[in-house]
Design a protein around this ligand. Structure first.
Ligand code: BJW
Ligand code: ZN
Length: 240
């Protein structure tokens, strides 16, 4: 249920920023990491163990197996009405920034441009030695394995626990969080930092904070509005 007050604020807003998480892709069939009191597990390993900087150092082939499996799942997933609704938002507002923690590329597939991808993109790899990037979309299992410049090993171009975010990405997101009037937190458990900190920055800078999530999160109490619905219902309903 969307309040009339929120509709009014939405209609008048000029500067809007949206942070999305795994929940926005749930209705596309992409599994979330957490939610419903459960946490993803791969071969008996909690995902935060396999998706970690330590695992890349100690067992890169296992990391690749996990990401190749995930790319296999994604192969059959398409954007849902929530991704499409957001793809139209740049036309409604003078300034609009879409920031995502997702690595699935579904915002771009729905037509969103200039998406700030805080945690990288599962369809790319980079060389552990020289940093050269490779497009691995459609190559399952991934290939090549080694860099064609320096023969270094490739790794997924995603940000794992204990790793830094891509240069400039958080800064760009932070600028938008600081300057927007309306900030949406969509489909994220708001547990992972520094991404979750963007909502706090926006709130402290005076933005109206809106959460779209069927479940409560640690961010809920800071929010001015909560839409306790699936993103695929809530975002198109707000856009109408
Ligand atoms: C729906 C729905 C529907 C369902 N509609 N909603 C400050 C405090 C404490 C710790 C830290 C801190 N700062 C940094 C840290 C450490 C760490 C961290 O945050 N740890 C906490 C978990 C404790 N952060 C990092 O390590 C980050 N790096 C960093 O800080 O660098 C500096 C540094 C470097 C070296 C040393 C020290 C510092 C990097 C974080 C990278 C996170 N990467 C992952 C994995 C990516 C690769 C992969 O895919 O495997 O990114 S973790 C995973 O969580 C993934 C996600 O992007 C991220 C967030 O998850 P998200 O999107 O919120 O999904 P879920 O599943 O948690 O939630 C889904 C939600 O959707 C639920 O709420 C549902 O209810 C909802 N939902 N259906 C709407 N239809
Ligand atoms: Zn290389």
């Amino acid at each position: 249920m969307i309040s009339e007050k929120l509709r009014e604020i939405f209609e008048r807003a000029q500067r809007v920023c949206v942070l999305t998480g795994a929940g926005i892709s749930a209705e596309s069939g992409v599994p979330t990491f957490r939610g419903g009191g459960q946490s993803a597990v791969w071969k008996g390993m909690p995902f935060d163990e396999i998706s970690s900087a330590r695992m890349v150092r100690e067992n890169l082939p296992e990391v690749w197996e996990w990401f190749d499996y995930r790319r296999g799942v994604l192969k059959d997933c398409a954007p849902n009405p929530a991704h499409y609704a957001l793809a139209g938002w740049p036309d409604r507002f003078a300034e609009f920034t879409l920031v995502t923690q997702n690595i699935d590329g579904l915002h771009a597939a729905a037509g969103s441009r200039a998406v700030v991808e805080l945690h990288g993109n599962i369809h790319r790899a980079y060389c552990n030695v020289c940093g050269k990037r490779f497009d691995i979309r459609g190559k399952i299992p991934h290939s090549p394995d080694d860099c064609d410049e320096c023969a270094g090993k490739l790794r997924p171009d995603v940000v794992l626990f204990g790793e830094m975010l891509p240069a400039g990405a958080f800064e760009r997101a932070g600028r938008s969080a600081r300057s927007c009037e309306l900030f949406f937190v969509v489909g994220t458990s708001a547990l992972v930092y520094p991404a979750a900190g963007l909502a706090e920055i926006a709130k402290r800078s005076g933005a109206v904070l809106v959460e779209v999530n069927p479940e409560a999160t640690p961010m809920t109490d800071f929010c001015d509005f909560t839409i306790r619905e699936k993103a695929g219902l809530a975002l198109p309903a707000l856009t109408i």
